[in-house]
Design a protein around this ligand. Sequence first.
Ligand code: GLN
Length: 484
Amino acid sequence: MATANLDTRFFGHPRGLATLFFTEMWERFSYYGMRALLLLYMISPTGLQFDKSKGAAVYGMVVSLVYLMSIPGGWLADRFLGQRKAVLYGGIGIAAGNFCLVVPSVEMFYFGLSLISLGTGLLKPNVSTLVGSLYAPGDTRRDAGFSIYYMGINLGAFVAPLVCGYIGQMIEWRYAFIAVGIGMTLGIVQFLLDSKHLGEAGLHPAPFASAAEAAQQKRYLWLGSAFLVGIPVLLATGIVPATVTQLADALGVLLLVVIVAVFAGVYFGPWTSAERKRILVIFVLFLVASIFWSSFEQAGSTLNLFADEKTDNQLFGMPFPSTWFQSLNSVFLIALAPVFGWIWLRLGSREPSVPAKFVLGLVFVGAGFLTLVPAASLTITGVKVSPMWLTLTYLLHTIGELCLSPVGLSAMTKLAPAQVVGVIMGVWFLATSVGNYIGGRLAGFYESMPLDTLFGYVGAFAIGAGLLLALFIKPLRTMMGGVK
Ligand code: GLN
């Protein structure tokens, strides 16, 4: 049998990459299928009939928690489960969660969303770690492997709004969650049948260095589980009464505490001054990425509402569901990713530095929002605008994503001291979590603020932050100490 690192059966890559490609494709299908409908379903008169600010609060919590949970999810796999079991249990949680959403009960709705958050936290970071473990250190195919994997993500993200959005908006909201659950189930079956191609990867957790360490990690496990199970129970039983908005506010505070704790913990480690400077760069990139995602991830919140309420959703006279706009990001990404790979390669030594690419990311995402300002002004009189506006916005957003997302991911692994690479990957997901939280909650302003003002502020803030970052490109490059 070919060993993993000599295996070239999947487009020159190990066969196991196909297993992970399809697992993540189905997981993203389920995530983006659910996300496309979540806010619309909550606020619709034929759905849960929440008001917009409550819907935005629940939405912001869910999309933030799915990424926040990848920090404990990654840790659980590393120390107790191994990645393989984590992916499997995560997938089961996601599928079960979506089937719960089909039940017409608000309690089941919240329970299902909790399962989805926990399941995604278990699956998403660990399936990425498994991709990395297919390649021996120094295998030059690693980056290309991740690019192929990113295509899997976007294939799922592309199809999901088309299928689930159609079912949800044109037939019945809750039937769409059946499709979502079936998709994840197919992903699990595929993973089980095909995991033989993963060899030994992710079968076992990392062994404990000592009995004392094992005891300490187990204490964390009990504490963490008590927290994750206890809080929902206290809330569901009403022992701790809280409104959805109060809970969302509390999550905001928790995110702040996590950021401070993680960075303080990492910064005050036993580092050389060069390493400490790189950690500061990671912190700056983290802040920038959080701002970027808080604009970009409005795809499922404010932009979704704009598509639903203010856009004339017709193509050549044929009406289409507003959630279909959410496929555009993936279409553009699949088309443009090779172009960007080529551009960076062509630029050679003139390729922009990581901080410079982050500036570009912010400027493009900001420009996407500024594009919508005139469109939003037109809608004030009640007219519905052409779908071209949002299409242009998503094109600009995707260009921004290509400048920032893959670059940021690999920069994290290069800038982090080796002992804390795992934690720093968690930091990257934390930026997505923070961004999703802010982006989700901004939908709460959708009605209370004129839309052109809201989009104008978001765009100007992103571009302003980009220009501010531009002033620091040089010192940041120096602090990176030769890391490219
Ligand atoms: N679209 C990518 C994914 O779903 C990245 C999302 C993000 O990090 N905000 O994996």
